[in-house]
Write a protein that binds this ligand. Structure first.
Ligand SMILES: Cc1ncc(COP(=O)(O)O)c(C=O)c1O
Length: 396
């Protein structure tokens, strides 16, 4: 018999996966060309050529016992050193390999951070709308999710609410910028204000309150908008990074966590994170991928393709009569549902073979998420469907 915790999860199986299955069904009936599936966050631009070239080079030139063997639970030292140097060069930080722990993507990065800091009933503040897996990750370690809302006008965190929500049980605040699902990027003044509030609250409650910065979309920022490097503004910060989107490698499961030396009891925390990596069953990040990443630190995916998609989809969506903040990063548009019930809006959109994700699954009802990590051609082909959907609500 499955556990009580899992029974609940099986029952509420992810809406996004359901949409994926729905897309498959519709494609069978109407054909690939006539279904506009905007539901999944799977990168649509290929990994840089150098990734595959590096795989071949590494496999051909490295002793296979060494290449495929276990290593330290925190990853290869030389790979971590290269990553630390690359971050230092970009953001004027001062990390060494010790501050970097290689992970199985951001998902496991978040899990090992939460495993390392949470006691049962500790609270973690999330800022809605947010990636719904956070609930599962926090509950994995018997933490409690406490959610505040971002402002509807610009999707920046409501700082007054943040200040009010932090109490003696608060262990961490979890942020994600560039954001899934809104695409907004927190500017420096917002980061500084969050840091100011958290510093004040740490003093008031006399314990560490960690800022966990979930950054799988860091490199997907358009028009050269700066994404501040948060360890520079708040010492008790964890950076959770991933190559899933920055190098289009989501299936390869590779990323890292940064624990800065300025964090209180940093070396003890690094040990905890390393052990957590082992005992949640990851053991270590994939060996070959660590070596590949070390060769590809200066590589980029075609961000312009996403930006082109953003511009086209934003134009189609807004000219069809829908409201939406223009995203600055990631690959999602967060669109206001023209009716209160966003799930019903998704059902109606399906009549036109348009698949969106209801924002109830991001703890922000009244909106839908439209992912534009799809082909440019599909966005163009979806124009008429959006127009018809818009007419159904807006012009009547
Ligand atoms: C906000 C956010 N955090 C974390 C993840 C997990 O990413 P990874 O593939 O690196 O585990 C995702 C994946 O879509 C995401 O959108």
């Amino acid at each position: 018999m499955i556990s009580n915790k899992m029974q609940k999860l099986v029952k509420n199986n992810s809406v996004i996966r359901e949409m994926f299955e729905e897309g498959k069904k519709l494609r069978k009936i109407y054909g690939d060309e006539n279904v506009y599936d905007f539901s999944l966050g799977n990168p649509s631009v290929p990994a840089p050529k150098k990734v595959n070239e590096s795989i071949i080079k590494i496999v051909e030139n490295t002793d296979s016992c060494f290449l495929h063997g276990y290593m330290s639970n925190s990853g290869y030292e030389d790979v971590r050193e290269k990553i630390a140097n690359s971050i230092n060069k970009k953001f004027s930080t001062n990390f060494s390999y010790l501050n970097i722990i290689m992970t199985v993507g951001a998902a496991s990065g978040l899990n090992i951070v939460l495993k390392s800091i949470l006691n049962p009933e500790d609270e973690v503040i999330t800022i809605a709308p947010y990636f719904s897996e956070y609930n599962n990750y926090i509950e994995n370690y018997d933490g409690i999710v406490k959610t505040i809302k971002s402002n509807e006008s610009d999707f920046m965190p409501n700082l007054e609410e943040l200040e009010k929500s932090i109490n003696s049980k608060t262990k961490a605040v979890l942020i994600n910028t560039p954001n899934n699902p809104t695409g907004v990027i927190y500017p420096l003044d917002i980061i500084e204000k969050i840091a100011e509030i958290m510093n004040k609250k740490e003093k008031e409650y006399n314990h560490e309150i960690y800022l966990i910065s979930d950054e799988p979309y860091r490199e997907l920022a358009y028009e050269n908008i700066e994404v501040p490097y948060i360890t520079k503004y708040y010492k008790n910060t964890f950076i959770v990074y991933s190559y899933s989107k920055s190098l289009s490698l989501p299936g390869e499961r590779i990323g890292y966590v940064v624990v800065p030396s300025e964090m209180v009891n940093s070396s003890e925390m690094i040990d905890a994170i390393t052990i957590a990596n082992r005992i949640i069953g990851c053991v270590n990040a994939p060996s070959l991928m660590q070596r590949v990443i070390a060769e590809c630190l200066d590589e980029k995916v075609d961000i312009e393709a996403y930006e082109k998609n953003r511009n086209l989809l934003y134009e189609i969506v807004t000219s069809s009569g829908f409201e939406c903040v223009k995203p600055q990063g990631a690959f999602y548009l967060f669109v206001k549902s023209p009716i209160e019930d966003d799930k019903e809006f998704c059902r109606i959109a399906k009549k036109y073979n348009l698949l969106f994700v209801s924002a109830s699954s991001f703890a922000y009802p009244g909106y839908v998420r439209i992912a534009y990590c799809v082909s440019h051609d599909m966005i163009e082909r979806s124009r008429e469907a959006f127009k018809k959907l818009g007419k159904e609500f807006i012009n009547n």
